[in-house]
Design a protein around this ligand. Sequence first.
Ligand code: GCU
Length: 592
Amino acid sequence: MKRPITLLFLICTLCSPVIAQDLMTNVYGRDFRLLNGKWEAIIDQYSQGRKNKIYQNKTPQGKTDFYEYSFEHGLRLNVPSDWNSQMPELKYYEGTVWYARRFDAKKEAGKRLFLYFGAVNYRCHIYLNGTEIGKHEGGFTPFQIEITDKVKDTGNFLAVEVNNTRTVDAIPAMAFDWWNYGGITRDVMLVSTPQIFIKDYFIQLDKNKANQIDVRVQLSEHIGNANLEVEIPELKIKRKLTTNNQGMGSITISNIKKLERWSPNSPKLYKVIVSSDNDMVEEMIGFRNIVVKGEDIYLNDEPIFLKSISFHEEIPQRKGRAFSEADAVMLLSEAKALGCNMIRLAHYPQNEYTVRQAEKMGFLLWEEIPIWQGIDFESEQTKLKAGGMIREMVIRDKNRCALGFWGVANETQPSPARNEFLKHLIECCKDIDTTRLIVAAFDLVRFNRERQVFVMNDPFIKELDVVAVNKYMGWYHQWPVTPDKAIWDVARGQPLIISEFGGEALYGKTGDADVVSSWSEDYQATLFRDNLEMFKHIPNLRGTSPWILFDFRSPFRFHPTNQEDWNRKGLVSDQGFRKKAWYIMREYYKNK
Ligand code: GCU
């Protein structure tokens, strides 16, 4: 449960990249109106718009006035959606795009109004009625800005300046193996709340008990002795709480009878109602225990093998960012057909529909911020920025019992600066949530010829609950021994997950089952069979996650016939066709 407010918590909060309030929990369970749809847009290739104050949306009044822009009668882009997939001219665009729309706000006495963005990639400034009201950095986490005293009843002009240019101090930084989709990529909403509202709550099964629920509720104001109530009707639970002088109420509900714990095979969720004197929020919440004991991962007191898969937040057929519930159902249904019980959401927090739908369908989740290979670990500012991002992820999803793992890094190289950076991220997670397992993926496993075993040397793994390894045997690394002799001695004493393995294949290409450069399905199938053989010789292996469910777009996959800006490691092609390796993996998971 929550630790006392620490200096670190304050640092994470103050240094969060958002000039906006802390996120309210469960925004979809509140009184909201979507501002989705077609917005006007201006492509600002040299980022001149802010200097020219185009967010004031001026129009000529006198005979001598003129403005070299107008938001009316021009380009219109869908929100949510990336811009790259909406126009051929924007496929490779990196730079600034302005979005704008008008909205009416039914202002009600005693109510507060917030603008909420599910995500904007990568950085943005928000302007309302000609004035900047906030900004945010980070392409994959939500932010909100209160507009109660800034909004008019009708004709509000909202402008959003979005820029997706890669920079050294960004997260991710200068080169990453996915498309740099820019834009307002998730839902935008107007959220109305009472003057004093339920801002946050954390309701989870105690980490080590099967019948005890810990509840913490935070009001928007620091007022003491306010009445709160938590109800779980199906468990016949109704408890009253009162807030302390920080506006926070907490209670432990123990000896709960007949609580059915959530699991992938039985994804049981309960309606939970949180109410105060003048607010009420409800949502479906599941309860489960997940702990590590030695080299095993226990879910609800049973050891579990993680039959995982990764996917990017992309609908390949649409060649664009996934953002809707329908997109989530499509991606997750394909993972369900494969026989998975877990998803590693690569390589960034994905939209809330995907997280909630995965929970409903019965998938454990590993979620991470894009600490991907080359991050500026020496920069204090970047470290604090990353802390703010991981906090936003944990704040948003901490009530999702499907979330079993917070990932803090992907393929980082050992160094004191890297270690300090990642320890800060672990602290930021634990400052909010101490119930989940901390994991990181490494690509440091090497074959030791003297010992004839695969080994890894990165003492940082002791900071983790679970160790994950990305290893591309048969692709980036050829076999030093035959797969049946490929013995691992890595991270013994801890659970180990193979968080990435695989190789590329162009759907429909066959033959050459022993030729890496063939890009054939038959070679990919050979590679999968060989890796599955090697996995038998990893004594502490507790999960596998092939890279990756679908072919995905990447700016550095140049081959003109095999790739064409696509990374072809998918078990399923960009058109949704299953490759031969898909069937090998499904058989493996079915028999696990
Ligand atoms: C890396 C990385 C992935 C990347 C993959 C690949 O391990 O984590 O993001 O796509 O390898 O090279 O295909």
